[in-house]
Design a protein around this ligand. Structure first.
Ligand code: DC
Length: 222
């Protein structure tokens, strides 16, 4: 079974997907970290990120694995643990995610990963492009101001000196980029269940999603 979760940055996708996967004993596949891994590797190789062809070549050659562990999942790229670096390549990841050649390679890998067993796969185009026939699709969203607040709290907790208004503007800018890019723009897939996480706790959201999965299983699985 594939559970597809899409939504904008800060909607709570990753936290919820991880909990949902662990409650169901499914594999959690965070596809955003694959785009981040390509961006990180391309930068490490000193490539010009505007060279779509060379970036796609990097994606093609990348040896990428998700390694489960006691402190969560790690992303191994060409034998190296890239996890600590992936959060800091957001802008570069958004740039490489706009290249059709990169998407083609990563989407093919995501389909292979999903074919290996029950998965909760999250990203921006899982229910629309990667697995349009996923058994269950969710689209998570939240008010951009609240998403900005969440991001602000996260960065402050890391001891970063940040400005709330600037962060909210950044959230809105990334939404605009994700929803308006030429290839695979972010949108709610046909048949996706909309989950608005504004003013709701993670536990409430996970419970609602579990109920949806259970009612699906009760009707579809003999
Ligand atoms: O979810 P994230 O912020 O880690 O994603 C990093 C970038 O990759 C972001 O710009 C959106 C993009 N992305 C995408 O285009 N398609 C996906 N399936 C996942 C992420």
């Amino acid at each position: 079974m594939i559970i597809a979760i899409d939504g904008p940055a800060g909607s709570g996708k990753s936290t919820v997907a991880k909990l949902l996967a662990s409650r169901l004993n499914f594999t959690h596949i965070e596809t955003g970290s694959m785009y981040r891994a390509v961006a990180w590797k391309a930068q490490k190789l000193g490539l010009d990120l505007s060279d779509a062809e060379r970036v796609a070549e990097t994606a093609k050659n990348l040896d990428l694995h998700f390694i489960p562990g006691p402190d969560g999942q790690k992303v191994r790229v060409d034998g190296e643990d890239a996890s600590p670096y992936l959060k800091s390549v957001s802008q570069a990841a958004a740039q490489v995610a706009g290249y059709a050649g990169v998407r083609e390679i990563l989407v093919a890998r995501q389909r292979l990963m999903g074919a290996e067993g029950d998965s909760v796969m999250e990203g921006r185009d899982i229910g629309t492009d990667v697995f349009p026939n996923a058994e269950i699709k969710f689209f998570m969203d939240a008010d951009p101001v609240e998403r900005g607040h969440r991001r602000y709290e996260e960065l402050k907790a890391q001891g970063r000196d940040v400005d709330l208004d600037h962060i909210i503007e950044q959230v809105k800018k990334r939404d605009h980029e994700d929803r308006n890019r030429a290839v695979s723009p972010l949108r709610q897939a046909d048949g996706a269940i909309l989950i608005d996480t504004t003013k709701r706790t993670i536990e409430q959201v996970v419970e609602e999603m579990l109920e949806r999965v259970q009612s699906y299983s009760a009707t579809k699985i003999p």
